[in-house]
Design a protein around this ligand. Structure first.
Ligand SMILES: Cc1cc2nc3c(=O)[nH]c(=O)nc-3n(C[C@H](O)[C@H](O)[C@H](O)COP(=O)(O)OP(=O)(O)OC[C@H]3O[C@@H](n4cnc5c(N)ncnc54)[C@H](O)[C@@H]3O)c2cc1C
Length: 426
């Protein structure tokens, strides 16, 4: 049974919450991690595409990652003359997310965090204690409620927490309770995951720019020879008939390897994606926000896995200092400025993507894309359909990105990217 007080209550056991809780526990702090899901292997809200930048900087378990992907293909609505890019390096790997969440859950427990699943943070009581309520059996999430040690939890728990961390996703309740900023610009995304047999074709990440199936964003089809992910995302007010109907239309014609039998559907995933850029007020003396709750998602690509790890590292540094010194004011330094700077140019590009209101506009945008620098086909002709190269950034463009930790990383981890390394696409 969990004790009635803790140093830090982390709400939400997605990637941001799991990473934050494990790092804080490794530094010797008392941490409670709570999630309303009974099993972290269910109700997943991500495709799980990790970019090179993350793969190089974080020790993600090898057996939780699919084969490397070097090829990216951008399709216009007509699917004619797509822009085909092949890198000399491994650019993406798709995470086996149920396995990865299970592994990170175990790592948090091993580090000493108390993990309460099937418990929802309901708010604060009159004495300022955190109120956690067991999720009722009829809510569809299944499984049993357990607290790491397998013990059954009571229907309600009240907890004194010195600090609160909101890792509770795009529609964060913790943000509201701490008086912090909340996400206003959200896309809605949905995908199906299927198992495929490896037929020896080059794994590829395909994106389709078509406002009819992905209004204001992109549809994607990823096939790494193990799993296929077919999904779409866009502005909910612009989907005709809803995101599910758009996904079904897209799935019926999604680009991919010819002659391959359709993948058996294993799973459906869906969720909101904050794309307004990192929020301004994400820290207060009582706690802070990480991951989607803080808007830590690239506004252009809607990639949130890399930013959520980096912002969590930054949060851990400041919480560690506040807990060690007793000085809550250090949390005022938590603003994610480096990440916000990184997102600035992408916000402008996403406005460009949103302005494509019909297939003709998207086709016209591809005319420019095919002749863009860095999208040169081998023969030099911008109209060729053969693979071209994802060009490395010129040396002069290698400005620093991300939130590198102030402390040296714990032993056994790879060194984080120094500030002058290039950033990757997502
Ligand atoms: C369809 C889709 C595909 C995506 N694909 C990619 C991708 O391929 N690559 C990429 O980089 N990004 C992708 N993203 C974005 C990325 O997945 C997210 O940015 C990232 O997973 C956010 O992690 P998080 O931990 O902040 O939030 P989440 O993973 O949403 O976790 C929040 C957790 O909080 C819990 N919670 C919420 N409220 C409470 C409460 N009151 N009490 C207890 N628990 C609570 C929820 O149950 C949940 O487990 C995708 C998003 C979507 C929707």
């Amino acid at each position: 049974m969990p004790r009635g007080s803790t140093d830090v209550l982390v709400v939400g056991a997605g990637l941001a919450g799991l990473h934050t809780a494990a790092q804080l526990a490794r530094r010797g702090h008392d941490v409670v991690l709570v999630d309303r899901r009974r099993r972290l292997t269910e109700a997943i809200r991500t495709t799980g595409i990790f970019v090179r930048r993350t793969l190089e900087d974080y020790d993600l378990p090898e057996d939780c990652l699919g084969p490397p992907i070097r090829r990216m293909v951008l399709h216009p609505p007509s699917h004619r003359d797509p822009v085909d890019l092949v890198s000399t390096r491994d650019e993406f790997r798709v995470g086996d997310m149920p396995r990865l969440y299970a592994r990170l859950h175990q790592q948090a427990l091993d580090a000493g965090a108390r993990v309460l699943l099937g418990m929802r943070r309901a708010g604060l009581d009159a004495a300022g204690r955190q109120v956690l309520r067991r999720v009722s059996a009829g809510d569809g999430s299944g499984g049993s409620t357990s607290g790491g040690d397998g013990e059954e939890l009571p229907a309600e728990l009240r907890l004194d927490a010195r600090f609160l961390v909101g890792a509770d996703g795009a529609r964060s309740q913790v943000a509201r309770d701490l008086g912090l900023d909340r996400n206003r610009h959200l896309l809605i995304g949905a995908e199906t995951v299927g198992a495929v047999a490896d037929v020896g074709q080059m794994p590829a990440f395909r994106c389709v720019v078509d406002p009819r199936i992905a209004p204001g964003y992109l549809a994607w089809a990823v096939d790494d020879g193990v799993h296929s992910h077919v999904g779409t995302a866009g502005r909910s007010d612009r989907f005709t008939g809803g995101v599910r109907a758009a996904l079904e239309r897209f799935a019926a014609e999604a680009p991919g390897p010819h002659g391959r039998p359709a993948a058996e559907t294993l799973e459906h995933r869906a969720g909101p994606i904050p794309v307004g850029g990192l929020l301004r007020r994400i820290g207060a003396p009582g706690g802070l926000l990480v991951g989607d709750a803080a808007g830590a998602v690239s506004p252009l690509t809607a990639g949130g896995l890399d930013p959520c790890l980096r912002l969590s590292d930054h949060a851990v540094e400041l919480l560690d200092e506040a807990l060690s010194t007793g000085d809550r004011r250090v949390l005022r330094g938590y603003d994610g400025a480096a990440l916000r700077r990184r997102f600035r140019g992408r916000l402008a590009l996403r406005q460009g993507l949103e302005s494509l209101r019909g297939p003709a506009a998207a086709e016209a945008a591809f005319l420019g894309l095919r002749s863009a620098p860095g999208v040169r086909p081998p023969g030099g002709s911008s109209s060729a359909t053969g693979p071209s190269r994802i060009r490395d950034r010129p040396a002069g463009d290698r400005r620093g990105r991300g939130l590198s930790p102030a402390r040296p990383p714990a032993s056994g981890r790879r060194r984080r990217r120094p500030p002058d390394r290039p950033e990757s696409a997502r």
